[in-house]
Ligand binder design. Sequence first.
Ligand code: FAD
Length: 333
Amino acid sequence: GPKSQSLFAQSHSSSLARLLSTLAILEQKDGVLNTGSLGAVTAGQKLGGPVHGFVAGKNAKSIAQEAAKVQGLEKVIAAESEAYERGLAENWAPLLVENIKKGGYTHVIAAHSAFGKSILPRVAALLDAQQISDVTSIESEDTFVRPIYAGNAILTVQSTDPIKFLTVRQTAFAPAETEGGSASVEEGVDPKVESQTEWVSESLAKSDRPELASAEKVVSGGRGLKSKEEFERLIPPLADALGAAIGASRAAVDSGFADNSLQVGQTGKNVAPQLYLAVGISGAIQHLAGMKDSKVIACINKDPDAPIFQVADVGLVGDLFERVPELTEKLAR
Ligand code: FAD
């Protein structure tokens, strides 16, 4: 009857209020909080319950003080140990398992970054749950939206797992504000599991330009540039004139015109800048998958039938070897 129904509704909502809580995994590098992972906090806030942040590494306590200022966090849990400094999944997984159990979290969220993608599936497996990857929207506490088939279909997933593990697409959740919050800081449990894996070294592509995944503007070059020499002659000056990051199509990367880290698309990075300028790129669906959410899409292509024109807000039909130097010069002026 109506009475039992309302009783049910009441106990249901009060148990939710008690139980729903989120752990947002924050990334750090060399003692600095990586703001790229703050979309996880924003996603956690959409769920409604309290959101705790998690940091680990050799300077975790000082990073936790920084993270405590992030808006939307109630608590920051810090695990200070050299073992977690390099973000090795083998070390992090048992650490997170213990802290998730201790905190009784219903949701665990990380950015859909190399770090999040490497760590979260292990943690989910250890806790017998299925990870939901690359989430672009949170519909409710158990229902999430994610693109599949390179963004050609959108899947709405409902999960019955007791703990939901999500990686969230950075371009879909604005980073939480890094000032104004006042979270408490708490020491996490450290299982000190001995790992067989050791960090040896990393080699990073260094650049003074804005970082591709979070840049406001991106200039990408494709196979139309013909060679590495032409790519390097034409694309960096145009990007610099615009203050843009550099991207590339897979064909350009595979042909050796540009570094692998610059690839935009299904098997590269997802970008959603204010301006995306595609130069000598045809606009294959696998490329569009990584950039079609850009605010303004512009292109330069000599073939008026190239599919890139179908998604472009502004298109220039012309020979890039003439148009790019002309545009660069005008912008520089
Ligand atoms: P092309 O398709 O060769 O296009 C070159 C363009 O340059 C043409 O439109 C041409 O008209 C134009 N052009 C040539 N000369 C000039 C000139 N002088 N002036 C102006 N315009 C000129 N691709 C990605 O980009 N990212 C991905 O992540 C990705 N993942 C993939 C995953 C899978 C599983 C598969 C099967 C493919 C994937 N691809 C990806 C590849 C994709 O299908 C295309 O092959 C690729 O995007 C093409 O790159 P492009 O546009 O640079 O080259």
